[in-house]
Design a protein around this ligand. Structure first.
Ligand code: SF4
Length: 920
């Protein structure tokens, strides 16, 4: 509709608040309590405007636009009222630093200056309340600067769903308070910093940003942690990132971030950052190393020497033992461009499909299972449409608020603000279970039985979407025959659930439309990972939940760019865009593009296979970029043994990770804030990553290192491949993205220009004029018809027994990330979660005689773990939970079992047998 603001014609969508419509048109109406991401309260009265035909001024934050509305935002009378309102607020405000030139001006200071409100001396005096009494590690609280706008209260309640802040007392005594006059952390604060990001005065202030002063520039980029793909601004002074700041235009997350995203950048400038290449002395001395010999000292060196040795070793092995004697581990933390180059290096230059990365350890089952059922292995919908439009969400095997926190908060909002139904299937009482309509605490490893049981009830009661099944699927009869054998009595026996709960869940999921299924590694990291995924695809096919907002299959990818690394073909069985290495036409296409004679038709080795082969020296050279198998692979004693015996390991990293101990050459790469490129988030959204600072010392961007190695190897091979995309002379990641677009059909229309112009591109984007595909499978599935697969329940590889009576399941915690190399070097995060912790049920704690001991020991057939004991009902009796964020004996992967899903080759991290003992 059209409205007129200060005589200017402005267009606005129906329902838009006047203050936001004005802001979109570049007209700033003052406000202290309003923010477009929060519900209005109209309590500061600064946004009063005149509306033609209305007898009194109106609060623009509470007023929705109407067709033809004519508004005046600034008149002498309004300006006078604003001055009066600001003076009233100032009357109880104290800030000794007011107006200091070396600090960032707050919104409040700005409006006071703008309306020429004089600041009395009392404002600059210390206030009556203690400043920084809360001692929160990231947020400085000074309630002398609070103006009771309640943005913090609303941000915590409405965005994070945590309700840490409230208003205590009334009248003159009203004040903002955490919990019951507690500290923020005592009041269950998750340290997302939303309260602080919305605060207009600095009463809640980012410690790091305040100490650093005014940033010289802000650079918009994407978070390096999880696959949600939040974007934000890095505040930079000189060559230092001093803080992470919300960017209100961030497409996925708006102002919201989680604790890791907002406060977990400390590792970037950590003293441990690798700054020069290093090599082992034995390499300098031209010797060899036997499998049982220690690797010896590190020696700092220059790039030419380090890369010369890498090329000499790898090329020597390639010549002597063939290309498959070498393996490349790509990285879900690197950009799309870098992953593209890594697999091109493996295939074009070395001549092997031995290229893989950690997707093998997290969502290989998703990719394989969904490819079979639907033809595409990715999330079908967007995070926002699931959170905003699903009538019900079935979360299975995803601790969403800790692993994908901003999306977890969106799900909280879906339940509390619009009444979406939530069904959680998880053995642990994860935080999201507090809001669930139903929480199914099934035994780990019984997901197929659970879903088959739900399908049994759905078909039995005629709750399936018969029209959808008839029009868009195949194979339903075989599925029906199979799930007929999963009556509630049997499923209850296998899963440990009550029959009534199964019935209630089946009814709720079937009768809420659209319904979205969300999962993560609780589904995929099993020997039945692919079967689990197929079962969930069966459920959504049977209920016709595809092709519309709020529906679909929604695997949440772990690392920031694990989706992109898969898309780029950093997998042993596919070229970029999932073009199978087994397809002769595909091989021909890439041979022509890269100027090679051809490629083998058999997939290469996977991550775990490469590590095993390196230990036996069947694989002689291993080039690892940004992966940390020594902490993140299962059965770590086996991994350490294998890497210890490996002949030649090159590690390209930003920090000396635990894997560095087993490397022969260490190449310093660049962190996310030090390079350009693109990441692809879990919802297939391709986003720009922008360089904010230079890499430290002599560290280089990873794409440049890979290209350098490739050129040197080609020279050593005396090869000059001829083909449209055969070369390695790249000026920038932009050029690499152009090559990707030429060879990966789903990225065909992606360009830096489009991304910079703000287009939201979810692949497939086949052409430059294609708008992208936020929702997959609208009219047809990628494979044509959706295929049902009759999958049987199978037991996990190792279950508790008399010697190891507890079932161990594993995962991550909110404050750390994977092997913890980054988060353990971000000081506040380490303060919040300083050591490895194991959740144990009170009954089990009693049984093992924990008797108040703070620490315990877990033992499996493969190793042991020492950790703090958290005695809690979060885990049911018989189950313990641990994480893999800490090195050495604190890492749960000392215990996990190297049993693989037969199709996806993903390890069964989620189930193994252990016993527990108290530690004195
Ligand atoms: Fe980063 Fe994920 Fe947190 Fe967003 S939710 S800030 S992407 S870790």
């Amino acid at each position: 509709m059209e409205i007129f603001i200060d005589g200017r014609k402005v267009e606005a969508a129906p329902g838009t608040r006047l203050i936001d419509a004005a802001a979109d048109a570049g007209i700033a109406i003052p406000s202290l309590c309003h923010h477009r991401e929060l519900n209005p309260t109209a309590n500061c009265r600064l946004c009063m405007v005149e509306v033609e035909g209305w007898r009194t001024e109106m609060a623009a934050c509470a007023l929705q636009v109407t067709e033809g509305m004519r508004v005046r935002t600034e008149t002498p009378r309004i300006a006078e009222a604003r001055r009066a309102a600001l003076e009233l607020v100032l009357a109880r405000y104290h800030d000794p630093q007011w107006g200091k030139p070396d600090r960032v001006e707050s919104e409040f200071e700005y409006w006071c200056r703008r309306y020429d409100v004089t600041v009395p001396g009392s404002v600059k005096s210390p206030g009556p309340l203690p400043a920084d009494a809360d001692r929160h590690p990231f947020i400085r609280v000074d309630l002398n600067r609070c103006i009771l706008c309640t943005r913090c209260v609303r941000a915590c309640a409405e965005l994070q769903g945590r309700h840490v802040w409230g208003i205590a007392a009334r009248g003159e005594r009203s004040h903002v308070v955490a919990g019951m006059e507690q500290t923020m952390l005592e009041a269950r604060c998750e340290s997302c910093g939303a309260c602080m990001a919305f605060c207009p005065t600095g009463a809640l202030e980012n410690r790091a940003a305040a100490e650093a002063g005014i940033p010289e520039r802000r650079v918009t980029t994407v978070c390096p942690y999880c696959g949600v793909g939040c974007s934000y601004d890095l505040a930079v002074r000189g060559e230092k990132v001093v803080a992470v700041l919300s960017n209100p235009y961030a497409p996925v997350n708006g102002m919201h971030l989680c604790v890791k995203g907002r406060f977990g950048a400390g590792f970037l400038h950590h003293a441990d950052r690798l700054q020069r290449p290093r090599i082992r002395r034995w390499l300098l001395e031209g010797g060899t190393r036997r499998p049982d010999e220690p690797r010896g000292d590190w020696v700092d060196t220059d790039w030419a020497t380090a890369l010369g040795i890498v090329v000499e070793q790898l090329e020597g092995m390639r010549k002597a033992s063939g290309p498959d004697a070498i393996g490349v581990l790509a990285s879900a933390k690197c950009t799309n461009e870098e992953n593209y180059l890594l697999q091109k290096l493996a295939r074009q230059v070395i001549g092997t499909h031995n290229v893989d990365h950690c997707a093998r350890l997290c969502h290989a089952s998703t990719v394989a299972g969904l490819a079979l059922a639907l033809g595409s292995g990715a999330m079908s919908n967007t995070l926002r449409d699931v959170a905003e439009q699903a009538a019900a969400v079935f979360v299975i095997g995803s601790n969403t608020t800790e692993q994908h926190p901003v999306f977890g908060a969106m799900l909280r909002r879906a339940v509390t603000q619009r009444g979406a139904k939530l069904v959680i299937a998880d053995p642990r009482a994860i935080d999201l279970a507090e809001l669930a309509t139903l929480h199914l605490r099934h035994r780990p490893g019984t997901d197929v039985a659970l879903v088959n049981g739900l399908l049994h009830l759905i078909f039995k009661n005629g709750w399936e979407d018969a029209a959808f099944i008839a029009a868009r699927t195949e194979g339903v009869e075989a599925l029906k025959a199979l799930v007929a054998q999963y009556p509630p009595s049997l499923v209850a026996q296998i899963t440990g659930l009550e029959e009534e709960d199964l019935e209630a869940a089946a009814r709720l999921l079937a009768q809420s439309k659209p319904m979205a299924v969300v999962w993560a590694m609780g589904i995929t990291q099993h020997t039945t990972g692919v079967a689990n995924v197929l079962a969930l695809a069966n459920l959504q096919l049977a209920l016709g939940n595809f092709g519309v907002p709020g529906s679909g299959v929604n695997p949440l990818r772990g690392q920031n760019n694990v989706q992109g690394a898969c898309d780029m073909g950093a997998l042993s069985n596919v070229f970029p865009a999932y073009q199978a290495v087994g397809d002769a036409a595909v091989r021909g296409k890439f041979a022509a593009a890269w100027g090679t004679a051809g490629f083998g038709e058999k997939p290469g080795l996977t991550v775990t296979e490469m590590i095993g082969a390196a230990g036996k020296r069947a694989l002689r050279g291993l080039y690892i970029v940004g992966e940390n198998p020594v902490l993140t692979d299962p059965d770590l004693n086996h991994v350490r043994q294998a890497l210890g015996a490996a002949e030649f390991v090159v590690l390209q990293e930003i920090l000396p990770s635990a894997t560095a101990e087993f490397a022969d050459v260490l190449l310093p790469g660049a962190a996310w804030a030090e390079k350009d490129g693109t990441f692809t988030n879990t919802e297939r959204r391709i986003q720009r990553v922008r360089q904010a600072v230079e890499p430290p010392g002599e560290a280089r961007e990873d794409w440049a290192i890979v290209a350098d190695i490739a050129e040197r190897l080609l020279l050593a091979q005396n090869r000059a491949p001829i083909g449209p995309h055969a070369g390695w002379r790249y000026d920038s990641p932009t050029q690499i993205l152009e090559e990707i677009a030429a060879l990966a059909p789903s990225y065909g229309g992606v360009s830096v220009h489009r991304l910079e112009s703000g287009e939201a591109l979810h692949w497939p984007v086949p052409t430059a004029d294609h708008a992208g595909t936020p929702i997959l499978h609208r009219e047809r599935f990628t494979r044509g018809k959706g295929a049902f697969h009759a999958v049987e329940h199978r037991q996990p590889a190792e279950l508790p027994d008399a010697a190891y009576p507890l079932l161990l399941t594993t995962g991550r915690v909110l404050y750390h990330w994977h092997g913890g190399e980054m988060t353990r070097r971000s000081p506040g995060l380490l303060a919040l979660a300083p050591e490895s912790e194991v959740e144990i049920n009170p009954a089990d704690a009693r049984r093992i005689g924990l008797n108040g001991a703070t620490h315990l020991r877990l033992l499996s057939r493969r190793g042991e773990l020492r950790a703090r004991a958290w005695v809690t009902e979060r885990v049911p009796e018989g189950i313990v939970f641990g994480n893999f964020h800490f090195p050495a004996e604190g890492n749960v992967n000392n215990l996990t079992v190297l049993a693989l899903d037969p199709v996806a080759k993903i390890p069964e991290y989620k189930v193994c047998a252990v016993r527990a003992e108290p530690l004195p």
